[in-house]
Write a protein that binds this ligand. Structure first.
Ligand code: AMP
Length: 274
């Protein structure tokens, strides 16, 4: 991959890059189509990164389908699929990590210790291997997106980070490789995430500004569905991810909910129209 990236750079090609863990759905393909617009060469990676999974998480069972992924990637104009082995990314003596101070402490951080350290580390490594001019990330993983953007600024990486809005199923569920874990009943309860966010939009439009009240109503709505267990519902600053007490400008509402044994996330930006 490093040789191929050097060759592309020598011929003056701009490289667009989409890192993924594979098992593609339309969300991944939207990132690739966006990438196609920004580079002469479009490179994607498929790597289920062991360092971003906790010991009791689904690293072993994470869904994988490399053949289907390769043909989907080809259908949207991907030039190179980089799918390294774990041993090539982390040898036995591996010991270097990228740690951000504040952003990983919020939202998903407390329930996934070490997750964002693994994410920032693998993305930094992939950036050094692929050497992209532009990299594309989904706003579904909003915290990941702001962490990567911050890391790129902090480390002076000369890479433009582009965010792509959440791609949803026809009924509104945010697409995720993990949706395949849901039973039919759980799949119905999974709609509570989007409904809670939509209700918050309505509440803000009706003049409710108090974060506590918005969180309370969202939580009640989610709890009214079977199989759900709330990890967090947060209303926070979209840059720093710090909680806010009132919605005054564009404000992130983010949530994580267990539906059965599957942890789902979703988010939206609440805005006030004057
Ligand atoms: P993953 O394979 O889950 O690590 O995701 C790879 C990239 O696709 C990340 O930048 C995700 O944020 C993005 N992504 C995953 N699901 C969606 C979605 N439903 N809409 C937009 N982007 C997504």
């Amino acid at each position: 991959m490093q040789r191929e990236a050097a060759r592309l750079l020598q011929t003056g090609k701009a490289i667009a890059f989409v890192p993924t863990m594979g098992y593609f759905h339309e969300g991944h393909l939207a990132l690739m189509r966006e990438g196609r617009k920004h580079g002469d060469a479009l490179i994607i990676s498929i790597f289920v990164n062991p360092t971003q999974f906790g010991p009791s998480e689904d690293f072993q069972t994470y869904p994988r389908d490399p053949d289907r992924d390769a043909s989907l990637a080809e259908s949207v104009g991907v030039d190179v699929v980089f799918a390294p082995e774990a041993e090539a990314m982390y040898d036995k003596a591996y010991q270097t990590y990228v740690d951000l101070e504040m952003l990983p402490q919020y939202l998903c951080g407390p329930s996934r210790p070490g997750h964002f350290r693994g994410v920032a580390t693998v993305v930094a490594k992939l950036f050094n291997i692929v050497r992209p001019h532009v990299a594309i990330f989904g706003e579904k993983d909003y915290q990941q997106f702001v962490i990567i953007r911050r890391m790129v600024r902090d480390l002076h990486l000369d890479i433009r980070i582009i965010g792509v809005p959440i791609v949803r199923e026809p009924d509104g569920l945010a697409m995720s490789s993990r949706n395949t874990y849901l039973s039919e009943d759980e799949r119905r309860s999974a709609l509570s995430l989007l409904q809670a966010l939509q209700q918050a939009h309505k509440n803000v439009a009706q003049g409710i500004r108090d974060a506590g009240q918005l969180i309370h109503e969202a939580s009640e709505l989610i709890r009214s569905y079977p199989y759900t267990k709330i990890d967090y519902v947060a209303v926070c600053d979209p840059e720093t991810l710090e909680n806010v007490s009132r919605v005054e400008g564009p404000t992130l509402m983010a949530l994580a909910v267990w539906v059965g044994k599957t942890r789902l996330i979703d988010n939206t930006i609440l805005t006030i129209d004057y």
